[in-house]
Design a protein around this ligand. Structure first.
Ligand code: LLP
Length: 438
């Protein structure tokens, strides 16, 4: 995985740093990110567009992992940024991210969030529904500003992934339906407003997708519509945003293509279709989250208790679980792991890795072959970089682990470990009563 390797001491190292030294310095659990790999992925996407002569924006979907340092890294690599809440926008502001490269998503942005986006004059708002279209128009009129928008459409594509992370199908909470006239109605409303500039269309068909068919179909359907709208309404799109969702390899069961290959397929399809309809080639924007940071992240845990259910299973518990990685319990997501202090030692038993939360469903990995362990051992779970820290929670009042960036044999703490004081800092004692009625 990435720049992970086994060093002279027989320990797992990441970015040239011994994972056992990381554990000694930062404790467990800890999220470790291989920064070189994130840079490599970002460059892979950007270079593909450049090589094929396409004007593009590669927007990092910060929901995958949003922290100040990560947003700064995205900026260093010349990425744009997709935010989906006031909180993610606030993080970008705190990281000094260039506002003109921020795209704001979400199916229920609040008035306050839209006002914040307008105040900071962000690059564009991806409008999801009629309520938002009306609200945004009103707010921009009040402020007398013009906001660039994309319209999010649902092209009616079913990508093959987990139901919860499917988004492009017709029966979805996201976007304007492309088939039934809603998207066209939204376009007309947008074109009609002096306070909105419709840059183009956006769609996102799902996440952890291995197949390019869905992207190709989505591009086809959208361009067919755009051709109609050009004839009917003289609308020419500047931008076609095809979202994120490029799948990564979590285990040997997964066989994704290279991230840049998705982009190549998308570009070729848009070029073909644009030529077919004699349409000017739009800018192509994408929004990868997982494929930029997923396999760059590794979580290190300490092994603790063990329970043997004779002839059934060996449970081995680690000092984290669904509070730092909810994906196995939420999506039955699978991961691979090794013992960081002896990654090459051959397995002599099969264990199931249990989290420490009070839930039977808090299981991280079922049936993992491992060498015999003792409680000094460190488990390294790979590919936890996307939707790990960002979906972490304080269930059972477990503090969230710190985040460490490693690169060129150096380690940098970029998020501190949460403390018990942090956990209770918003709590108020019973006596702080507020009377709401006179
Ligand atoms: N753009 C939009 C509009 C999205 O909704 C998403 C993800 C992305 C881009 C980035 O998708 P990615 O490249 O990361 O697949 N929590 C789930 C994934 C939810 C994805 C939600 N939207 C998981 O842990 O698998």
């Amino acid at each position: 995985y990435g720049t992970s390797a086994v060093n002279e001491d027989g320990h797992l190292e990441i970015g040239g740093v011994d994972t056992l030294q990381l554990v000694e310095k930062f404790g467990t659990p800890v999220y470790v990110y291989d920064v070189a790999l994130i840079r490599e992925r970002a460059r892979g996407f950007k270079e593909t567009f450049e090589r094929m002569g396409i004007t593009a924006q590669v927007a990092y979907a910060s929901k995958a992992f949003s922290t100040i340092a990560m947003v700064q890294l995205a900026n260093e690599e010349g990425l744009s940024l997709d935010v989906v809440s006031g909180g993610e926008l606030y993080t970008a502001i705190a990281a000094n991210f260039p506002m003109e490269r921020i795209h704001f998503h979400g199916n229920n942005k609040s008035k306050e969030e839209l006002e914040m986006a307008i105040e900071y004059n962000i690059g564009c708002i991806v409008v999801d529904n009629f309520y938002e279209l009306g609200l945004l128009q009103e707010l921009c009129e009040k402020k007398q500003v013009k906001m660039k928008i994309l319209l999010r459409v649902t092209p009616g594509i079913e990508a093959h992934t987990h139901d919860y992370i499917l988004t492009g199908q017709e029966d979805s909470k996201f976007g304007f339906d492309l088939q039934n006239g809603q998207a066209e109605e939204a376009l007309l409303k947008g074109m009609d407003s002096s306070y909105l500039e419709v840059l183009g269309l956006h769609c996102h068909i799902g996440s952890q997708i291995f197949d390019t068919t869905g992207f190709v179909l989505a591009a086809q359907k959208i361009i067919e519509r755009l051709d109609e709208w050009k004839k009917r309404h003289q609308f020419t799109t500047k931008v076609l945003n095809l979202g994120g969702g490029f799948g990564i390899r979590y285990t040997s069961e997964d066989q994704p293509i290279q991230p840049s290959e998705y982009v190549e397929v998308i570009i070729k399809e848009v070029q073909n279709k644009a030529a077919q309809y004699n349409m000017e080639m739009p800018e192509i924007w994408i929004e990868p989250g997982r494929s930029l940071v997923g396999d760059a992240g590794t979580t290190l845990y300490k092994i603790g208790s063990r329970k043997n259910v004779p002839n059934v299973r060996n449970y081995l518990a680690i000092d984290g679980g669904m509070s730092d990685n909810i994906r196995p319990s939420l999506y039955q997501a699978k991961y691979e792991a090794v013992l960081a202090n002896k990654p090459l030692q051959k397995a002599d038993e099969v264990v199931s890795i249990a989290g420490k939360c009070c839930e039977s469903g808090d299981m991280l990995i079922w049936d993992l072959p491992l060498p015999k362990t003792n409680d000094e051992d460190i488990l390294a779970v790979f590919c936890t970089g996307a939707y790990g820290y960002s979906m972490a929670n304080n269930y059972n009042r477990i503090p969230r682990p710190p985040v460490v960036f490693v690169e060129n044999q150096k380690a940098t703490l970029v998020v501190k470990r949460e403390s018990y004081e942090d956990l209770i800092k918003l709590d108020l004692p019973l006596k702080e009563t507020v009377t709401l009625k006179n």
